[in-house]
Design a protein around this ligand. Sequence first.
Ligand SMILES: NC(=O)c1ccc[n+]([C@@H]2O[C@H](COP(=O)([O-])OP(=O)(O)OC[C@H]3O[C@@H](n4cnc5c(N)ncnc54)[C@H](O)[C@@H]3O)[C@@H](O)[C@H]2O)c1
Length: 350
Amino acid sequence: MTKVRMELGKRSYDIVIRPGVLDSMKLQMRKDRKCLVVADHNVAALYLDKVMARLKECGANPISHIIEPGEKNKTLETVGGICRTAAQAGLERKSLIVGLGGGVTGDLAGFAAAIYMRGIGFCQVPTSLLAMVDSSVGGKTGADLPEGKNLIGAFYQPEMVIIDPEVLNTLPAFEKRNGLAEVIKYGVIMDYVFFTDLEKSKGEITPDVIAHCCHLKAEVVSEDETEQGRRAILNYGHTFGHAIELLSEFKLSHGEGVAIGMGMAAAMSVRNGLWSKEDEKRQNDLLLAAGLPFRIGGFKAEDILAAMHHDKKKAHGKLTLVLPVELGKVELFNDFSDEAILEAIRSCCD
Ligand SMILES: NC(=O)c1ccc[n+]([C@@H]2O[C@H](COP(=O)([O-])OP(=O)(O)OC[C@H]3O[C@@H](n4cnc5c(N)ncnc54)[C@H](O)[C@@H]3O)[C@@H](O)[C@H]2O)c1
């Protein structure tokens, strides 16, 4: 078993990574603590019975709330439904909401935990690769509005994150690739040795790889919990990527968007003398080996730039780019001209 500690003072917690932990989970639990397990239909069919059984063995009193899968259900209505089930079952401040599933479920369950009775206990049990290496760690919770993704939310840390890498055996390959983009991102932005390990294993996902990603994210979050500065490095590839996802009307997945965004950020760095052509090739070769694109066809560079600006306007922010300056190191830049950005995007468009 590997334990990664998220250091956040009184709100510190452990991230436990162990294959098979869902079959043998032992939690210190107050007797009869009410627990509301939230899962989507897909994950509930596979793992809900196991988790309910473990919670009962630990002395808890669990009930469940099933939601429809998919980003389109990451809404305030779904959060309201979770809170209503919590109220009807008599959950109180010391009760627990468990988010069992991918990033959508974790974000929704965490947001419900943050606002129900102004905050009750919360535990993350991520089941997608993206949720294991990224969304379950760090306390960002929330939902989408018709006006835009993740426009409402709260920073709300869980009491614990429990990761069973064995559940990845049932995760569709397409979903695995989404998580792989984030895994490779960690290597490029902050860990050269990890990057070379991924090159050797061609992006194979082991419990150690998951634990290492959690460790890297915990390091960044414990330094900058609410993204006032350094946490922004985790957005590498995302400024371009979100725009691409949006333009494709979500036909391209988040992972594909981020991977293409990494390709564009790398091109931007190389064109401006910040990064070497060799390192750009190493990044793009690794993305390719993981089945991810780093170029895009069928879109105009001007439209991608416009979508980036539109996204930023909504966030009332400047166009800040996270660009690699070494393999394992990125920096933030907000002084590039639109023309320079456009040229880099154009160089990645087929
Ligand atoms: N909070 C954060 O810091 C943060 C970070 C990154 C992304 N996110 C959010 O995460 C969401 C994306 O997460 P996601 O990619 O996990 O999507 P998701 O939750 O929709 O899960 C993807 C699909 O995989 C299925 N699934 C999950 N685990 C499975 C398993 N073990 N076996 C079989 N099927 C399984 C789900 O039912 C779903 O259909 C987005 O809403 C994004 O905004 C949040």
